[in-house]
Design a protein around this ligand. Structure first.
Ligand SMILES: Cc1cc2nc3c(=O)[nH]c(=O)nc-3n(C[C@H](O)[C@H](O)[C@H](O)COP(=O)(O)O)c2cc1C
Length: 419
């Protein structure tokens, strides 16, 4: 059985993702913390992504031998230390200069893929050269098509295993915390945000000495916001709202490796993507940062699973803050999850130590949940373990077909099979 890496010292007092979030809030100016923490408009979807997990309770099996329990699995055709990957999160370097590398290294240590955002503050090649492990590259589709194809060519040359195309952002979401905080990328200084930055002298000194980070992979692309009202869509403005099914088919045709489509909530879209040759789908609403009022991703998962019928892996993200949340997503039929703010909070709170700590916490909680549920392997997590938290407050459980996992570990020990 895999043992966890030693507890990193800087984040050693953190025992939960919420502890890491609090540490990040103490370290960062409010504008930067809110950019990571916040969602669009009334933050309804942000909140529901989280509360959806609370609508399910676990009904544990007993008298199962879980002495050798493990979270090891197969994720998109290759071994993984747990059924998870790091989600793409742009602009992480504004919180901790080397956050992208910290996340990539921590992911490698935990044996899971790392997804680099096209809006990251670290170059595609730097991750490839300086972090071991499985790398996925996430791209938004840009209006500047030459630039977009060059990015993809760079990811291919740097040997990224998969391309993740995010489809839930034809335009930038309206994030009101950013508007109130005068936060934009690139940074524009105002009396308000200067006061805010000065309240975190260690963070401010680091930025003064080393300069504000830039979105390394978008260097040379016209993106500048002209005022604070261009907020959060300063980069979004470069994205192509005309991107459609025909262009997606072109991406499929030109990228020969694994193609993952992120930001799907509907069964009909998922079915069409599977038919088009997508290798996996991520059920996601961008962590509640885009369309407020969008259905929570856990709630959308069964519809997508039913539509794809086990033909391709379906991952889910949004609101995952506990190992037990990962277990519930898997029990509902997800093939795996993407980790967004959960690991981002660790990286921006304490760099390498924080990113490792976040993954250590989630892995430990997932393994503990498996054992306490009488499941020796992640494949043993099924709908039989789930109960609604109260009569009428959860939704119908998925059918067996919807739960079929395409590249699940073939042979399971008898004790671990679905009851
Ligand atoms: C600060 C921040 C930046 C993000 N940047 C990107 C990005 O560049 N590309 C992308 O596809 N998704 C991006 N996302 C969305 C995440 O990939 C993921 O879908 C979301 O964070 C999942 O929700 P969770 O944070 O509640 O886990 C970002 C999310 C956050 C919080």
């Amino acid at each position: 059985m895999k043992t966890d890496p030693p507890v990193p010292r800087d984040a050693a007092g953190c025992y939960s993702i919420e502890d890491l979030r609090r540490l990040a809030r103490r370290r960062l100016p409010r504008a930067v913390f809110d950019f990571y923490d916040g969602g669009a408009e009334d933050e309804t979807t942000l909140a529901e992504n989280r509360s959806a997990y609370e609508r399910w309770r676990l009904s544990p099996r007993v008298l199962v031998d879980v002495a050798e329990a493990s979270t090891d699995c197969t994720l998109l055709g290759a071994p993984a230390g747990m059924p998870a990957a790091i989600a793409p999160t742009g602009a992480a370097g504004f919180g901790w200069r080397t956050a992208d590398l910290a996340l990539a290294r921590a992911a490698a240590q935990q044996g899971i893929p790392y997804t680099l955002s096209s809006s990251a503050t670290t170059a595609i090649e730097t991750i490839a050269n300086e972090a071991p492990g499985r790398h996925w590259f996430q791209a938004y589709v840009l209006r500047n098509q030459d630039f977009f194809w060059q990015l993809i060519a760079r990811a291919r040359a740097a040997d990224y295993e998969a391309l993740v195309i995010t489809v839930d952002l034809p335009v930038g979401g309206k994030r009101e915390r950013d508007l109130h905080n005068h936060f934009s990328i690139p940074f524009r200084f105002s009396a308000r945000n200067l006061r805010d930055f000065a309240s975190r002298p260690r963070w401010a000194l680091e930025m003064l000495l080393r300069g504000m980070p830039v979105m390394e992979n978008l260097r040379g692309l016209e993106t500048t916001a002209t005022s604070a009202t261009g907020i959060a869509s300063s980069v979004g403005r470069s994205y192509d709202p005309a991107f459609d099914w025909a262009r997606m088919a072109e991406v499929r045709g030109r990228w020969p490796r694994k193609l993952i489509v992120k930001g799907v909530s509907r069964g009909d879209d998922a079915r069409r993507l599977a038919a088009m040759g997508a290798d996996a789908i991520v059920v996601s609403n961008h962590g509640g940062r885009q369309l407020d009022g969008a259905v929570s991703s856990l709630r959308a998962l069964p519809e997508v699973l039913a539509a794809t019928g086990g033909r391709i892996p379906v991952l889910v993200d949004g609101g995952i803050r506990r190992g037990g949340d990962i277990a519930k997503a898997l029990a509902l039929g997800a093939h795996g999850v993407l980790l967004g703010r959960a690991t981002l909070f660790g990286a921006v709170a304490a760099g390498d130590a924080g990113a490792q700590r976040a993954l250590h916490i989630l892995h430990d909680e997932l393994l503990r949940t498996l054992r306490l549920c009488g499941a020796a392997r992640v494949d043993a997590l099924g709908a039989d373990l789930l109960r609604p938290c109260d009569d009428g407050c959860a939704w119908p459980l998925p059918t067996a077909t919807a739960q079929a996992r395409p590249d699940a570990v073939a042979a399971l020990p008898a004790a671990a099979a679905h009851a």
